[in-house]
Structures are given as C-alpha cells and as structure tokens.
Write a protein that binds this ligand. Structure first.
Ligand code: PGA
Length: 249
C-alpha cells in the first residue's frame, strides 16, 4: 500500500541552549531552498519550544514537545500540560518514549492518558513503543510491542492525526539497529495492532522507526515497507546531519 508522506521528527532530549537555535535557522533556510518530500518536526526541551516555534513559524518545520502531563491543569509542580505546549507553538508531542517509560516508571496506562491529553489539546501525539534487549533475545519483541500499541493508544485517536514510533530500546543511542527484516516484521505487527485497536482509519497513520537513525542508514530504513518516517535523537541536533536524513526520505 502506498504510504502517505513520511514524517522525520527530531528529538533533542535534554540537549540545547539558546545558542543552538542557530541549528533551527540553518535547517529552515536549507529547507526553504528545496521542496522536501516529507514532513519535518523538531522536539526540543520545553525551554526552547516557544523560541523554536517562533523561528519556524510559516516554514515547513513543525515543533513538538517531548512529554506532557496527563492532567489538563492544576497543582502539579514541575509538569507541563499539552495545552501549554500548544500555547508555546507546538503541534506535536512525543509520549511514552522509553526514557520516560524506564526512567520515570510510565506504564502503558500513563502513556495512554498522556496521548489522550495531547488529543484533547488538539495536538498530535507521537506514541513510542519498543522492546528491551532482553525481550528481543527472549523472542518477545513482537508480542511486547503489540501489547504496548494496544494499551498505549486511547480509542479517541481513531480517525485523528497521530503517529506511532517503534523504537527498540537497545537501538537508542547505541549505534545498533535491527536488521531491515526485523524492522519490517515489527512495523507490520504495529500496523495490525493499530487496526485491531482503532479500526481501518489508521491505515495512513505513519509508523516511525527510531533508534540510531543516521544519514548513512536512513535511506535503507525509510525504504522498508510500513516505515512511515523516523524519530531521530542524536543525529537531529546538528542541521547538517538531520538534513542528510530528511533528504533520504
Ligand atoms: P537516537 O535516539 O537516534 O539517538 O538513537 C532516538 C530516540 O530516542 O528517539
């Protein structure tokens, strides 16, 4: 099946200061010169969302948050709501990244509540799933990812804009990637679990691959059936590297 346009999203994680906004300027000006064949997004730390969104206004580059509270407002010191990210100029929010699931104890139920909060703020969630190395070695990758998809996607997302990102935990920041065949196998399982959960309306929803995507492996990964884009960590920090991935899409 012909997929809709690919989404290349950068996740800056806990990196980036005001000085690094020059990378966004470089990205925007390079992309203005060429007709990018994909959607492009950057998810900076919350402190940079507004400033990045201001610089990217009326350009191809969408800005997203990396996480949000499942709550809409109130006494939740330190938390940021999806509506606040929208107010700062974000159109997307990553939820359920493995660094949140593992480092902050986020369960599938919490991830689903966050995705619901993103939807209610009229933003598009990028819902992350992925197996650990132990789960992959035990032959459980497909089963684990299937369960995460079924339990992390709120039913409200049927017919709404969102994305799923398959990110094997062992491939994040390690330089290791699954084989193209393994990526295809999991992406097909993600698609079928999405359909089971939300119906056939999800056929065009992009399923991103994430985990050590670099300019030199992006073309091969993005050509795998059912890969609808990439979620890029380290290689999204510098415009030159990120452009190499965007141009491969
Ligand atoms: P990486 O991170 O590209 O640095 O492996 C990907 C991610 O965590 O989204």
């Amino acid at each position: 099946m012909k997929q809709s346009v690919k989404l290349i999203a950068g996740n800056w994680k806990m990196n980036g200061f005001a000085a690094d906004l020059a990378e966004v300027d470089a990205l925007v000006s390079e992309l203005a010169e060429e007709a990018a064949a994909c959607r492009v997004a950057l998810c900076p730390p919350a402190t940079l969302v507004q400033r990045m969104a201001d610089r990217a206004r009326d350009t191809l580059v969408e800005i997203g948050g990396q996480d949000c509270s499942p709550e809409a407002k109130g006494a939740f010191t330190g938390d940021i709501s999806a509506a606040m990210l929208a107010d700062a100029g974000a159109t997307l929010v990553i939820v359920g990244h493995s660094e949140r699931r593992q480092g902050h104890g986020e369960t599938d139920a919490v991830v689903a509540a966050k995705a619901q909060a993103v939807f209610e703020a009229s933003l598009a969630p990028i819902v992350c799933v992925g197996e650990t190395l132990a789960q992959r070695e035990a032959g459980q990758a497909v089963e684990v990812v299937r369960r995460q998809v079924m339990q992390s996607l709120p039913v409200a997302l049927a017919c709404q804009p969102f994305a799923v990102a398959y990110e094997p935990v062992w491939a994040i920041g390690t330089g290791l990637t699954p084989t193209l065949q393994q990526i295809e196998e999991v992406h097909r399982a993600v698609r079928s679990a999405m359909i089971e959960r939300l119906g056939l309306g999800v056929m065009a929803v992009p399923i991103l691959y994430g985990g050590s995507v670099k300019p030199d492996n992006a073309a091969d990964i993005l050509a795998v059936p059912e890969v609808g884009g990439a979620l890029v960590g380290g290689a999204s920090l510098k415009a030159a590297d990120f452009l190499g991935i965007i141009r491969a899409a």
